[in-house]
Design a protein. Sequence first.
Lengths: 102, 494
Amino acid sequence: MTLQHYLVISAILFTLGIFAVLTRRNAISILMGIELILNSCNLNFAAFSRFMTPPEDISGQVIAIFGIVLAAAEAAVFLAIILAIYREFGSIRPNEVDTLKG
Amino acid sequence: MQPLSNIESLLYFSPEILLVIFATAVILLDLVVKDSESVAVAYLSLVGLICVFAAVLITHFSLRNPVSLFLGMIRLDEFSTFFKILLLLATAATVLFSLRSEELDARLKGEYYALLLAITLGMFLMASSTNLLMIFISLETVSLTSYILAGFLTHSPRSSEAAFKYITYGAVASGTMLFGLSFLFGMAGSGDLGQISMRLTELLASGEVAPLAVLIAITFVLAGVGYKIASVPFHMWSPDVYEGAPIPITAFLSVASKSAGFALFIRFFYAGFGNTELMQAVDWPFMLAIVSALTMTVGNLAALPQQNVKRLLAYSSIAHGGYLLMGGVLLTSEGIGAILFYLVVYLFMNLGAFYVVVLIANEVGSEMVEGYRGLSSRAPLVAWAMVIFLVSLAGIPPFAGFFGKWLLFAAVIEQGYYWLAFVGLLNSVVSLYYYARIVKAMFFEDADEETTDFSFSTGTFALLSVFVIPTIFIGFLNIFYTFSNISVSVMPMQ
């Protein structure tokens, strides 16, 4: 496995994540897309840390760990907001949540 | 100068530590006070902000030279002190607005103020981060907290919708930014902004890294920063969020969140990517010039038909983001100094305008332009204050907004970007139209129903004058120009 393999996988993950966010009609699926994006970044950091920095420098892996923590925090807030949306609108489909426009 | 170790840094980190202590204290106090006495929580957070302000000044004056703290994670210099003071002012104003706003649920006030202090902590870190990791963590601290605050009115569908749209846009934008940061990290093999800049210059000169790769990585990062400062094409969230969020939070987001975004923007682009070799290889200033022109044009044109004053001010704040970006295009210290000065001016005039919106919403129960009809006879002082804020936002002399814009335009013209200055000038003219609509409603239209005069307390007028007086006089005071220019002069220029 070379660096290229990891970068290609993470680019695919990132694109899939953006694709999910743009096309999915359900808030939970959008959250899953966002998680894919963040995971592709973590993979990038870990791979770069392994291949591009000296072995004793683990700063890239540290960033990846922080990335996981922040993804978890973001998922928690997102789910709470989805709950609030469900209570107010009776639906978690983004196209039905559109009272604000103009 | 060598970065300080973790233990040595703690002393200089006292403002941030105090913020954490007071945020915890606010939550604890909220547990013991009764609901009817929930104002105590607000006063405790105000006391906290004053203590933090003192700590910021003390740490600033106890230092001769800028230092890097926590092994190069954050940097303490005049630039970060400038933004800390600016952000503290904005937070204190937001606490005072929230005290007077009738939108917020008294039972949840404890969490509300604790979150406000937490977001201030995040913004402090945004203004001083010099490492990719810290940049991302501070940005996420601010973002996650502001999603919660935007959706704080749990009984209001508008507020929940605002939070939902905010987090969807925000999460994607910050994910995209992290992806860009990962490539910068990979190319340079380090997370430190100074080192990235040095390594990239070498690699670009030797041809090991293609300029296109750096440009793409920077564009990805711009998605995250651009979403924070609401620049086109990452501005879509902001009108909806500003309209749905509680008014004090809207005011806070439009001023503090934008300032912190600009702090990050300047630190990243000016200190990190501001050296000439890098700019010759990757022409991102031109890209920024286009973003700036688009941002002000889209903001101003979209504001024209708005009937909701909050939404109108949201678009106006997008347009102001465009004006501010003009100063960032050139990466001269005049341009950055003009941004800093304009941010101070913008703080006072925009918060003032939002305070009037809070007052009117409390009395009329509406944020529409119709609610402002006949305000000149119902509450003349408030109406005149609003005129001053709006005229200053439009950039008409002799108010502070004019001097701020003048500095920005002067910096742009000096660098030969005539077309950008021209676009900015045209936009200022367009913006007059929608600001004048509110003035017209206040002075030349009568309210439909039987009108009673509004009675505002002395405290209201005192707080209003805190915003009116600077809006009138800042432009004439030398101290603010020197203050913003000193804050720039120490930025590390590689």
